[in-house]
Design a binder for this molecule. Structure first.
Ligand code: NAD
Length: 259
């Protein structure tokens, strides 16, 4: 068990990548808060992972809401007494050509991906600094390093997470806190399933071609990355024992991106 009795908060953990990370963390002995906007799904996920409720709990949290983030993180600390790992993972996607993006859509994207990362990080660091230890993991994307058409705010926000992680790495070092970014390629979660018909319409190509010629075109083997691939990386980063690995980004994308 690589995370025995560690306490973790995973945002957006009621679905997709976050849910698999929470599953692997519980399997490895951690106590995990499933923090999500979708309160019912968060509670159901917690129950699925640990029916006794001892090692998994649902926490209602809109990561863009300062009060809800602070209260949610505090709830976890009150319950389990510490906080060792934050996985800032909650995210959405909105695709459109840049000239058609509405300001409200742009702001919503940046609020969830960047305000959410800032607010959860700040709340977590307050506790981690007291303990003099902690690991912060951001869910970036290949879009932290590369660009694609139709994804202006997503690419902008995911690039921004690299900067935030580097600042947390520098400021956190004196307090035993490290910060890193995972950059997955395409993973077949609800977030991606929704994009296939949307991009097919926007680009005027079939759904099959969106998968083959857009999403997986640059991979070395035409394969999707899986939630398990990303969760194993999140386990590696959470369990890593020293500050040697901090301020880094790890790409998990079947070779789509190699830098
Ligand atoms: P998903 O849609 O399956 O899950 C996202 C979860 O986040 C949902 O449970 C949703 O309720 C929650 N959420 C949304 N807005 C929230 C908010 N304001 N506050 C709290 N929770 C909120 O998506 P996913 O594919 O698992 O994506 C998770 C993360 O991984 C995102 O940051 C995404 O950008 C990133 N990512 C996904 C892929 C991919 O191909 N799926 C690739 C790279 C990066």
């Amino acid at each position: 068990m690589r995370l025995q009795d560690k306490v973790a908060v995973v945002t957006g953990a009621a679905s997709g990548i976050g849910k698999e990370i929470a599953t692997v963390y519980v399997r490895e002995g951690a106590k995990v808060a499933i923090a999500d906007l979708n309160t019912e799904a968060a509670a159901a996920t917690a129950k699925e992972l640990d029916p006794s409720g001892e090692r998994a709990t649902g926490v209602a949290m809109d990561v863009t809401n300062e009060q809800q983030v602070d209260a949610g993180i505090q709830q976890v600390i009150d319950r389990w007494g510490r906080l060792d790992v934050l996985v800032s993972n909650a995210g959405i996607q909105i695709v459109a050509p840049l000239v058609e993006f509405q300001l409200a859509q742009w702001q919503k994207m940046l609020a969830i991906h960047l305000d959410g990362a800032f607010l959860t990080t700040r709340a977590a660091l307050r506790q981690m600094y007291k303990q003099n230890s902690g690991s912060v993991i951001y869910m970036g994307s290949v879009h932290s390093k590369e660009a694609s058409v139709l994804k202006a705010p997503y690419v902008t926000a995911k690039h921004g997470l690299l900067g935030l992680a580097k600042v947390v790495a520098k400021e956190g070092a004196a307090h035993g806190v490290r910060a890193n970014v995972i950059c997955p390629g395409f993973v077949r979660t609800p977030l991606v399933e929704r994009q296939i018909p949307e991009q097919s319409k926007e680009l005027g190509i079939s759904e099959e071609d969106v998968v083959k010629k857009v999403m997986l075109k640059e991979t070395v083997d035409g394969e999707f990355t899986t939630v398990a691939d990303v969760a194993e990386t999140a386990l590696f980063l959470a369990a890593f024992p020293t500050n040697a690995l901090t301020g880094q980004s790890i790409v998990v994308s079947h070779g789509w991106c190699m830098n």
